[in-house]
Design a protein around this ligand. Structure first.
Ligand SMILES: Cc1cc2nc3c(=O)[nH]c(=O)nc-3n(C[C@H](O)[C@H](O)[C@H](O)COP(=O)(O)OP(=O)(O)OC[C@H]3O[C@@H](n4cnc5c(N)ncnc54)[C@H](O)[C@@H]3O)c2cc1C
Length: 494
């Protein structure tokens, strides 16, 4: 089927099937692995179909952050108090259109999901990384990966770090998680077929999804789509997230072509938050650069500079011509550790800098003067930048980094997907369920909706949590018998 926007054609039930299962899971990334495990643990006979030759998907590329909280063992061991209420309040505050039921379920189930991950072999070190970074360089199990300490969120919810990273160095966590989950899939005896691209869904006369087709076909009591996002599909990106088409490098794998989303749509599934994308060109680390000010081409500040890098990126692209500069004085001039933003030059005065950057000189001067006057008192009345990062900027020469997409290197991936219930059932536009069909991970819309509200770890967190939940519920629907009631009870308690 490949890229494009065409919806696959539905097929009606054939007289004979090549295979049968209680639950078919489409895609062997983290959402598919957790759905398959969730369904198998609920007693279902599961068939897991993967288009490529190996388990992994984009999940294997991930750094390995999971956004979890509410008092996990890592938070407790490192001395960070957290609660379900604080985590819920935070996610509701940062999400443009919060789905209260999903946020509540996720936060209430976060500690037990952490325990489930560990019970299945995913390890998290009981240690904390205190630096401001995109990913901690070592194996520390916890760091700040969102806007919890950033105004206004720090006033809306008691801040706690929730970025749990798998016990692997630097950005190798995703690979490790997928190796561990693939082992668990083998141990559970789940049937897996590689090199199997599901191209169509099969429905019965009532529109209920009863199977899938590749070259062959398999019947199932329920189907879980876990086939990834659409960042590698230029046509879908042009329609839904056109910003990502301009100057953004897509972060993903070739199979992120939205086929899973289109399969769901073909059976009547609705889509949600399709314009949502995570994007970043982080100028930190080092944290020293947070002392600078970020201005647009009018010379005005527009975001607290200590924001999570995804929030800053979201604010930059919303500026006139998406133009923005990070300005530092000599005292805070250091080189970014990541090769994403470009140093423009240094100047002896702000007037020379403004002239070179095409910014109105008086406006830039006023912005820096106002900022300095308040910073000297440890305040930022305009954007509430945390006092930790406030210091007047006074020493020449002045340096500027260009944050404008196209001149800075931005990367991104999509966040929207099939509209689903809290249990992963795919929903139609009228809110009714497409019978027999579930979706999880990057082909579904769950918690993450835009770059400004994103926290690192939300994708792996929600893909594993709602994937597992979709698998267990699909098993219930499929008529699988053993352990069913027990498992449904367990998920309810999450
Ligand atoms: C570089 C990078 C770093 C990231 N770091 C993090 C992080 O640290 N924390 C975080 O939360 N998020 C992170 N993300 C995002 C996160 O990795 C993804 O959102 C998440 O892995 C999606 O999981 P998934 O299971 O839905 O999709 P995938 O892992 O992409 O799995 C989908 C699978 O479905 C298969 N498939 C597709 N179509 C079909 C079909 N028709 N039939 C059969 N199989 C099919 C694919 O081949 C693939 O194996 C990162 C992303 C990238 C690219």
């Amino acid at each position: 089927m490949g890229v494009g926007t065409e919806l696959p054609q539905l097929i009606t039930e054939p007289a004979e099937w090549d295979a049968t299962a209680d639950v078919i899971v489409v895609g062997f990334g983290i959402a598919g692995a957790c759905a398959a495990i969730g369904a198998a643990e609920a007693g279902a006979r599961v068939l897991l179909l993967e288009r490529t030759g190996a388990a992994g998907g984009a999940s294997a590329l991930a750094a390995g952050h999971f956004y979890l909280g509410g008092g996990t063992p890592v938070q407790q061991a490192t001395g960070y108090a957290d609660s379900v209420e604080a985590m819920t309040a935070y996610l509701e505050a940062v999400t443009p259109e919060p789905d209260a039921a999903k946020i509540r379920a996720y936060c209430a189930g976060s500690v037990s999901h952490f325990e489930w991950l560990e019970a299945h072999g995913v390890e998290f070190e009981r240690s904390f990384y205190p630096g401001k970074a995109v990913v901690q360089p070592g194996t520390e199990g916890l760091m700040w990966t969102g806007n919890e300490k950033v105004w206004p969120y720090r006033e809306r919810a008691r801040p706690a770090p929730r970025g749990h990273k798998v016990n692997a160095r630097a950005e190798r966590g995703g690979r490790q998680v997928m190796a561990v989950l693939a082992r668990r899939v083998r141990e559970l005896g789940i049937a897996v077929r590689y090199e199997t691209e599901v191209r169509q869904l099969v429905v019965d006369v009532n529109g209920r999804v009863v199977g899938v087709c590749w070259r062959d076909g398999a019947a199932a009591g329920a189907v879980v789509l876990a086939a990834g996002g659409y960042v590698m599909n230029p046509e879908m990106v042009a329609i839904y997230t056109p910003r990502l088409a301009e100057h953004f490098l897509p972060l993903g794998v070739p199979s992120d072509d939205g086929l899973g989303i289109r399969l769901g749509q073909s059976a009547g599934g609705d889509i949600a938050n399709m314009d949502g994308a995570f994007m970043t060109a982080s100028f930190y680390p080092p944290a020293e650069l947070l002392y600078g000010v970020i201005v647009n081409k009018a010379g005005r500040r527009f975001v607290a500079e200590d924001s999570y890098h995804g929030r800053t990126a979201g604010a930059v692209v919303a500026q006139p011509d998406s133009t923005a500069y990070l300005i530092v004085d000599n005292r805070h001039m250091v080189w970014p550790e990541l090769p994403m933003v470009k140093f423009v030059d240094g100047w002896d005065s702000l007037a020379e800098m403004a002239a070179a950057l095409g910014i109105p000189s008086g406006a830039l001067r006023k912005t820096v003067d106002d900022y300095n006057a308040a910073a000297a008192q440890g305040r930022d009345p305009e954007f509430g930048k945390h006092p930790d990062w406030l210091m007047p900027l006074t020493e020449r020469p002045w340096g500027a980094f260009d944050l404008t997409p196209g001149r800075a290197t931005y990367v991104g991936f999509t966040l929207g997907g099939l509209r689903t219930s809290v249990d992963g059932a795919v929903l139609r536009t009228d809110g009714s369920v497409v019978p027999g069909l579930y979706a999880a991970g990057a082909c579904a819309s769950n918690l993450a909706q835009d770059s400004s509200g994103y926290s690192s770890g939300t994708c792996l967190g929600e893909a594993s949590f709602f994937g597992r939940r979709a698998g267990a519920h699909a098993a219930g629907l499929s008529g699988a018998v053993s352990n069913k009631a027990h498992s449904a009870e367990r998920m309810k308690g999450d």
